[in-house]
Design a protein around this ligand. Structure first.
Ligand code: UDP
Length: 502
C-alpha cells in the first residue's frame, strides 16, 4: 500500500515500480553468430522473430563485419537498430594479413575463442547499464562459437545454441566422435577416398536412415589422426549439451524421425524453421547485392532459369569452374550464376579479373543473352522469383531451406561439412533434387539440368515429380511457420523459456 501524502506522487511511484518490475521480468537475448553469412543470416532472422514477440535483442557482430556492413550501400541503416533491438560489435582479434590467408577460417575460429569472451561480457554489462534496457537474461550463440557458453556462465544466465545445420546434419556431426572411436575415420590412406570405402553403410545414427559413410560429413575424409577440423566439429556439436536449449532451423514434418531421436537426447529442442519463411526480414549481406540480376530475371519466362550458387565459403578449382561452365552452356537454358570473389581457388577475394579470366575461352560468346553472372545477389528474392525453376547448389543448409521455402527443386554438388547429408535428404528423403558426382563433368551437369527442368520426354516425368514434391514441401514449410504450426509453437515455447530465464 502507498503511504505517500500525495496521490499523484503515489501513482508515479507505483508506475515506476510497475516499470521496474516489467524491466526485471523482460527477456533480453544477446545473440552472437559465428561471423560468416551462413551463421549471421539465420541468427538475425531468429533475432527478428524474438523481437517481434517482445524480447529485447542485442545482436553482436565482429567489428570487422560491422565496419564492412557500414561501408556497404544502405548497410548503415540496417545497423542503426530500433526500440528494443540494438547492434553491437566485438573485436575478432585478427590482423588483415591473417584474414587474407588461405586458412583464415581456422585462424578466425581460434582467434574468436581467444579474443571475444571478455568483450562479450563487457557488452552485456554495458548495454543494460544506461537505464531503460533490461539486463541480458540469456545468450544465444550459433555453432562454432561454443566459447560463448562460458560467457553465459560468467553472466549467470542460460545459453541457447542455434545450431545452423539441418537436424540430420547435427545428428551426424554429434556422431563423429563415435566414428573416430570405432575406427571409421581417419582413413587409412589416400586410396580410401576413391576405392568405395566411403560407401560403407552407416545404420546406427538414431533417427537417420542408413547412409553412406561419406555422406555423414565431409570431415570423415581425413587421413590425419589429429585432424583439427574433425575435432572442432565433434567438440562444437557435443558442447551443445551444456546449453539450456538447442534451437534448430528446421520443422517437425521435414525431419520428424531425427528430431524424435534428438529429443530423446536433449531435453529442450526448439524447432523454429525454416527461418527463411520469414520474408519480412532479410539478412545482413556482407557483399553488395547485384540489383541488375533481378531486372534480368524479370525478362525471363516463368520457371525457365537455373540459379547457380555455392554460398559464401565454397572454393572450386579453375578446372571445376570450366567443366561447370561448359555444362551450363550445353543446357541451352538461361542461367543466373553467382561467382563470388574468392570462389575460385588461387584468386584473391578482391581479384575480380581472375573471375572473368577463369571462364573458359568462348564461354561468354556462347552463352550471350542467356547467362547472367553476378558476384552476389539477394538469394532469397532470386529463389522466389517466378522465372527461377531450379537451383544448382552446394547444399548449405540455408540455401537448402531457402529453396524449400521457394518451392524450387535442386541439383546438389556438396563438398563440405553437412552439405553431403543435406543433399542425401534432398534427393532420397524429400524427392526434391538430384546430385552431381564429386568430380564435376559437363555431360552430367547438362543431363541433370535437363532432367530437373525439362518439360516432357526424357527426364520430364522425374522433373515434374520433383517440382510437385517441392511445391508440397513449400506448403508444409508455410504451414509449420504460420500461426498454429509446429515452428510457430516452437518459437512460443522458446520465448516462454527465455522469459523464465532458466
Ligand atoms: N547468399 C546470398 N547471396 C548469394 C549467395 C548466397 O545472399 O549470392 C546467402 C544465402 O541466401 C544463404 C547464405 O548466403 O543465406 C549461404 O548460407 P549456406 O548455409 O547456404 O552456405 P554457406 O555459405 O554457409 O556455405
Amino acid at each position: 500500500m502507498c503511504d505517500s501524502p500525495s496521490s499523484s506522487s503515489c501513482s508515479s511511484l507505483s508506475l515506476a515500480l510497475a516499470m521496474g518490475e516489467r524491466m526485471r521480468r523482460a527477456a533480453h537475448a544477446m545473440l552472437f553468430p559465428f561471423p560468416c553469412s551462413g551463421h549471421i543470416n539465420p541468427t538475425l532472422k531468429l533475432a527478428e522473430l524474438l523481437h517481434s514477440r517482445g524480447v529485447h535483442v542485442t545482436f553482436v557482430n565482429t567489428e570487422h563485419n560491422h565496419e564492412r556492413l557500414l561501408r556497404r550501400r544502405g548497410g548503415g541503416g540496417a545497423l542503426r537498430g530500433r526500440e528494443g533491438f540494438r547492434f553491437e560489435a566485438v573485436p575478432d582479434g585478427l590482423r588483415d594479413d591473417e584474414r587474407a590467408a588461405p586458412d583464415s577460417t581456422v585462424r578466425l575460429y581460434l582467434s574468436l575463442r581467444r579474443s571475444c569472451g571478455a568483450p562479450l561480457v563487457e557488452v552485456a554489462r554495458r548495454v543494460a547499464s544506461g537505464g531503460g534496457v533490461p539486463p541480458v537474461t540469456c545468450v544465444v550463440l550459433s555453432g562454432l562459437v561454443s566459447f560463448a557458453l562460458d560467457v553465459a556462465e560468467e553472466l549467470g544466465v542460460p545459453a541457447f545454441v542455434l545450431w545452423g545445420t539441418s537436424a540430420c546434419g547435427f545428428a551426424c556431426t554429434l556422431r563423429l566422435r563415435q566414428l573416430r572411436q570405432r575406427g571409421y575415420t581417419p582413413l587409412k590412406d589416400e586410396s580410401y577416398l576413391t576405392n568405395g570405402y566411403l560407401d560403407t553403410p552407416i545404420d546406427w545414427i538414431a533417427g537417420v536412415p542408413t547412409v553412406r559413410l561419406g555422406d555423414v560429413s565431409s570431415f570423415v575424409r581425413t587421413l590425419d589422426p589429429t585432424s583439427f577440423a574433425l575435432r572442432v566439429e565433434e567438440d562444437e556439436a557435443n558442447s551443445c549439451a551444456r546449453a539450456q536449449g538447442l534451437i534448430l532451423n528446421t520443422f517437425d514434418d521435414l525431419e520428424s524421425d531425427v528430431l524424435d531421436a534428438l529429443r530423446d537426447e536433449f531435453p529442450r529442442v526448439y524447432t523454429v524453421g525454416p527461418l527463411a519463411a520469414d520474408r519480412a526480414n532479410g539478412g545482413l549481406s556482407l557483399w553488395e547485392e547485384d540489383a541488375a540480376c533481378m531486372a534480368w530475371l524479370d525478362a525471363q519466362p516463368a520457371g525457365s532459369v537455373l540459379y547457380v550458387s555455392f554460398g559464401s565459403l565454397t572454393v572450386m578449382s579453375p578446372e571445376e569452374l570450366a567443366e561447370l561452365a561448359w555444362g551450363l552452356a550445353d543446357t541451352r537454358r538461361p542461367f543466373l550464376w553467382v561467382i563470388r570473389p574468392g570462389l575460385i581457388a588461387g584468386a584473391g577475394a578482391g581479384d575480380h579479373d581472375v573471375v572473368t579470366n577463369a571462364l573458359p575461352d568462348g564461354f561468354v560468346a556462347e552463352t550471350k543473352g542467356r547467362c547472367f553472372i553476378a558476384e552476389w545477389c539477394a538469394q532469397e528474392e532470386v529463389l522466389r522469383h517466378r522465372a527461377v525453376g531450379g537451383f544448382l547448389t552446394h547444399s548449405g543448409w540455408n540455401s537448402t531451406t531457402e529453396s524449400i521455402c521457394a518451392g524450387v527443386p535442386m541439383i546438389c554438388w556438396p563438398g563440405f561439412a553437412d552439405q553431403y547429408i543435406n543433399s542425401r535428404y534432398v534427393r532420397d528423403e524429400w524427392g526434391i533434387g538430384l546430385r552431381l558426382d564429386e568430380e564435376l563433368r559437363r555431360e552430367q551437369v547438362a543431363a541433370h539440368v535437363e532432367k530437373l527442368m525439362g518439360g516432357g520426354g526424357g527426364g520430364g516425368d522425374r522433373g515434374k515429380e520433383m517440382r510437385r514434391n517441392a511445391a508440397r514441401w513449400k506448403a508444409a514449410a508455410e504451414a509449420a511457420t504460420a500461426k498454429g504450426g509446429s515452428s510457430y509453437g516452437g518459437l512460443d515455447k522458446l520465448v516462454e523459456q527465455l522469459r523464465l530465464g532458466q
